[in-house]
Every structure is written in C-alpha cells, then in structure tokens.
Design a protein around this ligand. Structure first.
Ligand code: ADP
Ligand code: MG
Length: 565
C-alpha cells in the first residue's frame, strides 16, 4: 500500500497548533503521557492474552523502553504491548475522540488570552499530542498483537499526517520524537539527557507497574564491544497502595491520581484502606478537586481500577462503589480474585458487595472528617459533588444517615453560608415541629415565591433547594431526627394552628364570608385546579397555587419528563 496523506480533524488541528506554539512551562509532562499510553497498551495486552489464549503475542518480557540519541536529537518511547491496527491508528491518533479533550478545546475557545490558554494545558491531559510541545516531527510505528503487518504514522503537526503499511515491525508501538532545536539558554529542557529522562520518570511514573528501561549512557554510539550493556530500570514499580503511609510522599500519591484519574490537578483528598482477614484487599482512593463535566451524562465512565495482587484487571470497575460515588477515582487491589473475573460476576460476588459497603463508609467518613477539620475543603467538595452525593439519599438507604450528616443546604438563615440539617434543627423555634424547605430553579426564584411570605413574616427558616434531585430525596427521606421534612408548597400548612388569636371559629366565619368568591373562583378554574381555599400562608400576594401533599412538584415533574418517564 502506498503512503497516504490525511488531514487532521478541525479540533485536532487546533489542539496541535496550541501544542506546537506552546510556551507552557512544564513541558516535561509529554513523557508522562507517552509512558502512560505505553503502560495502558501493556495492560491491555496482558489482559487480552489472559482472555484469549490463542492470541499470537509474546508476553514474556513486557516493558517500556526509552532511547535517546543526542546526535540525531531524537527520543523514542517503545512498548511491546497491544499495538494498533492501520485503522486504529487513523481513528485513535488522527482524531479527537476523547471527551476530555473536547472539553479542553471548548474551554480553550472561551479562554480570552494566550495566558489563559496555556493555563488550560495544565488542567487537562492532552495525551499523545503533547509530544508536539517538544518535537517538530513525531513518528509512530506500531503492530497490533496477532497481526502480521505494521503501520507507520508520521506528522509535523501542521495539518496533515501520513500513514503507510510496513513490514518487519516488532509487536507494540514506538513513538519517536524529533526534538526541536536545543535551546542553549535552557539546558534544563534537554530531553536527550539521560539524567533529565531519569528525573522525569522518577517524578511522574515511578509507580508504573511495568519496567521502564533506558540504555546506559554511551551505548547508543556504536561501540566496539559486542555485548550491549544492561539497560537500567528507571522506575521502582512499587505499588503505592501496598506501601505504608510513612513510605510514600503526598506528591507520589498525587502523581498516581493524575495517572489513573486522567487529571492534571492534585486531588482534594487521598483515602487509604487496608482490609485484612478472610478477604484481603488494599484500596487507595481519591476525591478529585473538580467535578468532571460529564458527571451527569449517561456515558460517564465510573468506577475505580481493579487489581488482583498487583496485576491490573480492569478499569472503571463499577461494582466497587455505588453510582452516587462515581466521581471517586483510585485503585482496589484484592488478594483472592481470579484474573479472569468478569463484570457480571463481580456484580454478584458477596465479597465485592462487602467491599463496596466498606469503601462507601470510608469515603463518607472521610468527608465527615473534612467537614470538621477543614471547612474550605469541605465547601469545595460539596460544591463539586453535593448534587451527585444526594442521589445516594434515594438509592442507598443504608448510608442515608451518613450522607445526611455531611450534606449541607442553602437556607434563609444566611445569604451565602449553607446549613446542615443538624444546625437547622438546633435553630428551630420551640413550637416548630417540622423542617421546612422549598424547591425551585434558583435561590432567587424561591425567595420570591408567594409560598415564602408567611415563613418570612414569622421568621421561620426555610431550606432553599435548587437541584432536581432535592425533590426526590426530601420525599424519600421523609424526616430527620424525628422532624418531618415538609415542602412549604405542598398540602395544608397551618402556621397559625398554635396561635391563640386565630381560632377555629374565626376561620370558619371567614370561610363562610368568602364562600361566594371561593365558589366562583373554583368554577372559573375548574379545568386546572381541584379546590380553592382560604389560607394563612400569604401576607402580601392575594393567591398562590399549592399542590396536594402527595402530588409531584413542578420541578420533579420536569425531572421525570427529562428522564423520559
Ligand atoms: P488517552 O490516552 O487519554 O486515550 P491519548 O491521546 O494519549 O489519549 O491516546 C489516544 C489513544 O491512542 C489511546 O487511547 C490509545 O488507544 C492509542 N494509543 C496511544 N499510544 C498507544 C500505544 N503506545 N499503544 C497502543 N495504543 C496507543
Ligand atoms: Mg494517554
């Protein structure tokens, strides 16, 4: 097949332009991206071979190898992993399928200045293309395990790339960067220096479970001796979750998070758990500092990585945490687990079920600790993940108490500070029996609601709930510390019931007095309403619409409609 030339997708071209002209100061991260891809490819191959023994692939010495050539100014990252077919190279490397990258580009368009754009590189992993920050040409040669011929991809990043089929390619992938001319001003960025490579790998990729090897210095210049010197292994390959807390620095934990969470920012919280006994496992979980943009979409990939005795088994293992903790990233390494275990089996496994309960408890208790020890951090957590956590109030009755304990809500008590239910109850008036809330689209629209008038007048605190899920959990939970949760927009709320001055007779009299008006209104609105009655809940507005206690509120109706029910 002849060499074919293709154009990059529009988005890919934009991203490449940014990489090529980047002045982003931390260019070292390109190597982390290439090593991370190589490590993924090795994981995939080992797993593929386990699942399909007949796969024609050599898995005897899976590793990553880095070679530098000072004279040619090239740097090559090679793996003998799964590789890519001709079509896959076109699909995976020529386009931007990654939703994180799409989001990156969208924010990029919104970024007002160049400095803003550069900052964004630090917040998103931009993967393979980051090589173009340091190289003016990139060549990738790959052969998919089990296939006989290979593919060569090459590009200068300027709008097009070439693809050709090639023979005699070793299994796996090698990526060669033709480095930009050396900057004599800045020796720090000499990526042909083994010292520099060693430092970057140590910093970003030490925990990678595959050996990352580099030929010793001088071995690339054609030597007299026939024996190639032993390559050195740059990473320790130590699984961080299996090491004691004292042995591991926060920075190392954070690097692992970035690797598995595909995030370039530090996590908000690191959670360690070691379970001993009949079913042994170790977990290292992370709460990110930012909610991913697709958290509420159907195709959000949730779950943590599952390992069995240090061997990677699967990504996104959703059986290990409930859906409302889908933002949690991390690793769970179980001692007694078949490498062949499937997602279906995991869903039904009793041990996994116990593990999920324990991990859920641990995450929630970590949030609780955050709440008492570090208010700002908790505030960040709740802002980013409160909405998703509240789903658990409906779906996980076992954890309901624990979730309620860490939940906070906007309230009429304070303009900006949210309140917990506990704090609300402590402030309740002596004659107040219920916890009041009102749902709506925004704080402002709720505060302007006629339903609020009587409460404001009497100085009764009302929770102001603006998430669609608020409707559902408030109904499902029903009460807190023996106090009923009541929507001020539902059913009959008689705030004057205890007041001496509003006797039953008086109200009876009023009803009779207004019977004509109420009857007439009822007839006029017959199509739309059930009944018209006198109310004590208004002080300024003449009338308001109320639903029956058991009816769906408007926001809930909208939510069900949006969910197609
Ligand atoms: P990401 O790793 O987030 O998916 P990248 O831009 O780093 O994004 O890589 C894009 C895709 O290209 C990968 O998902 C993978 O399918 C493929 N790929 C990249 N490098 C390799 C490699 N060394 N071996 C096999 N596939 C690779
Ligand atoms: Mg990648």
């Amino acid at each position: 097949m002849p060499t074919e030339t293709f154009e990059f997708q529009v988005e890919a071209r934009q991203l490449l332009q940014l990489m090529i002209h980047s002045v982003y100061s931390n260019k070292d991260v390109f190597l982390r991206e290439l090593v991370s891809n190589a490590s993924d490819a090795l994981d995939k191959l080992r797993l593929g071979k386990l699942r399909e023994d007949s796969l024609d692939a050599d898995v005897s010495d899976l590793h990553i190898r880095i070679d530098v050539d000072k004279d040619a100014r090239t740097l090559t990252v090679r793996d003998n992993g799964i590789g890519m077919s001709y079509d896959e190279v076109g699909q995976l490397i020529g386009t931007i399928a990654n939703s994180g990258t799409a989001k990156f580009l969208q924010e990029l368009r919104e970024a007002k200045d160049a400095a803003g754009a550069e900052g964004l590189i630090g917040q998103f992993g931009v993967g393979f293309y980051s090589g173009f920050m340091v190289a003016d040409e990139v060549t990738l040669v790959t052969r998919r395990a089990g296939e006989s011929r290979g593919t060569r991809w090459s590009s200068r990043g300027e709008g097009t790339y070439t693809l050709e089929t090639v023979d005699d390619v070793p299994q796996g992938t090698s990526v060669t960067l033709h480095l930009k001319p050396a900057d004599p001003e800045n020796q720090l960025h000499d990526y042909t220096s083994p010292w520099k490579i060693r430092e970057i790998i140590k910093r970003y990729s030490d925990f990678v479970t595959w050996p990352i090897r580099m030929a010793p210095e001088g071995s690339d210049t054609a030597g007299e001796s026939d024996e190639a010197p032993e390559p050195e292994t740059l990473n320790s390959m130590k699984a961080l979750w299996a090491r004691s807390r004292e042995e591991v620095s926060d920075e190392e934990y954070h690097e692992l998070y970035k690797h598995i969470g595909h995030d370039w920012r530090d996590p908000l919280e690191t959670i360690r758990l070691q379970a001993e006994g009949t079913f042994e496992y170790q977990a290292l979980l992370f709460i990110p500092a930012h909610a991913p943009h697709d958290l509420f979409t159907r195709d959000f990939t949730r779950g943590v990585q599952l390992y069995a005795k240090r061997v990677f088994i699967m990504d996104d293992c959703e059986a290990l945490l409930p859906p409302y903790l889908r933002f949690v990233k991390g690793v769970v390494d179980a001692a007694d687990l078949s490498l062949n275990v499937s997602r279906e089996i995991l869903q039904q496994d009793r041990h996994i079920e116990m593990m999920r309960r324990r991990l859920t408890k641990k995450v929630l208790s970590t949030v609780k600790d955050m709440m008492t020890k570090d208010k700002d951090r908790y505030a960040t957590f709740w802002r980013e993940f409160g909405t998703v956590l509240k789903e658990g109030l409906v779906t996980d009755s076992e954890s309901r108490e624990a979730i309620l304990a860490v939940a906070s809500f906007a309230s009429t008590h304070h303009d900006t500070e949210p309140t917990t239910l506990k704090q609300y109850v402590e402030r309740m008036k002596d004659d107040q029996d219920d916890i009041y809330y009102l749902t709506g689209e925004s704080r402002q629209s709720i505060e302007n609601s006629p339903h609020m008038e009587a409460f404001r007048d009497r100085g009764i605190e009302v929770l102001l709930l603006t998430d669609p899920v608020d409707e559902v959990w408030a109904d499902a939970v029903g009460e807190f510390e023996g106090k009923k949760l009541r929507s001020v927009a539902k059913g009959q709320i008689d705030l004057d019931a205890k007041d001496d001055d509003a006797s039953d007779e008086e109200r009876q009299g009023q009803s009779e007095e207004y019977a004509g008006l109420l009857g007439w209104m009822g007839e006029q609105l017959d199509e739309d309403i059930k009944e018209v009655r006198l109310s004590s809940r208004l002080t300024v507005s003449p009338a308001c619409v109320v639903s029956d206690a058991q009816d769906l509120t408007p926001a809930l109706e909208n939510m069900y409609r949006a969910m197609g029910q």
